[in-house]
Design a protein around this ligand. Structure first.
Ligand code: 9D3
Length: 262
């Protein structure tokens, strides 16, 4: 995977590549990464990259000429890559999109600053736009880093454990179960006993149950998005019957009976 990032803040992107999994992925040859400083392609002593918007209004717009020059350099370096603009107007980046992008040979990631880039650059060069969610950033760099982070960990050989990325993709419509490590008692809080039992099948069942419970409570929307497995149906059914028993033990007539038992 080849990343080329166009940015006014190459040091920001370089710091991201210089640490953690990304650094290892570069050292191991799974990815190649290069930042292009758009300012290097701007003219004049001050190398101005922005200008006032035609039609007036507040804020500045990234000038087209430096971006066009930088993009032509990027395409020469990564001729197979798709050109992506990080933009609040794009569709929201998700795990399915990360999986699709991970199958491509390269990504040219264009980071806007100010109010955005001149529309003629979008028309001429941009093949795809991506947002990372409905909140306002100051530019595309943090979004580009999020995309590269999510894509890189899916590439073959990047996570030491070959199947951990794949495990995620099977489970990505469920939240993870809780995690614990030593000590067994921390500030009065014990680790669930089953995890210390060594019964691997009971542990697997506890984890599936915990993951489903957390999904139900924190992200019920995920349970509407795909089918529940037979095991999940059984777990949900057991909780449902338990909740019914608790309500009946209160003297209530069930979920539709009036508050306070009538
Ligand atoms: C007048 C409206 N502008 C400011 C509120 C629009 C605007 C322009 C540029 C808002 C944000 C930005 C900079 N953001 C990005 O470049 C960006 C982004 C984001 O802000 N949120 C989520 N994903 C992304 S991807 C790129």
């Amino acid at each position: 995977m080849q990343y080329v990032v166009l940015t006014l803040f190459p040091e920001l992107i370089q710091a991201f590549w210089d640490n953690g999994i990304l650094r290892r992925a570069i050292a191991g040859g799974a990815i190649a990464a290069e930042a292009i400083a758009v300012r290097d392609y701007a003219e004049g002593r001050h190398r101005v990259t922005d200008d006032r918007p035609y039609g007036g209004g507040c804020g500045m717009v990234m000038k087209p000429e430096p971006l066009a020059k930088a993009l032509r350099v990027a395409r020469r370096k990564a001729p197979e890559a798709i050109t992506v603009l990080l933009s609040p107007q794009g569709p929201a980046f998700d795990q399915a999109m990360a999986e699709q992008l991970a199958r491509r040979p390269g990504l040219i990631l264009v980071c806007g600053r100010y109010e955005g880039i001149d529309e003629r650059i979008s028309d001429q060069f941009i093949e795809m736009e991506l947002s990372i969610g409905d909140f306002v950033l100051t530019g595309g760099e943090v979004a580009a880093m999020a995309v590269m982070d999510a894509v890189t960990r899916l590439l073959p050989g990047v996570l030491g454990n070959e199947d951990s990325a794949e495990q995620d993709s099977f489970r990505h419509q469920r939240l993870d179960h809780a995690h614990y490590t030593r000590p067994p008692l921390f500030e009065g809080q014990a680790v669930p006993e089953v995890l210390l039992s060594g019964h691997h099948d009971r542990i697997a069942r506890w984890r599936q149950s915990d993951a489903l419970w957390r999904t139900l409570v924190k992200r019920p929307d995920l349970l509407y998005q795909g089918p529940l497995s037979d095991e999940e149906m059984a777990l949900l059914g057991a909780w449902y019957r338990e909740i019914e028993r608790i309500i009946r033990a209160q003297g209530g007539g069930g979920p539709d009976s009036p508050p306070g038992g009538g």
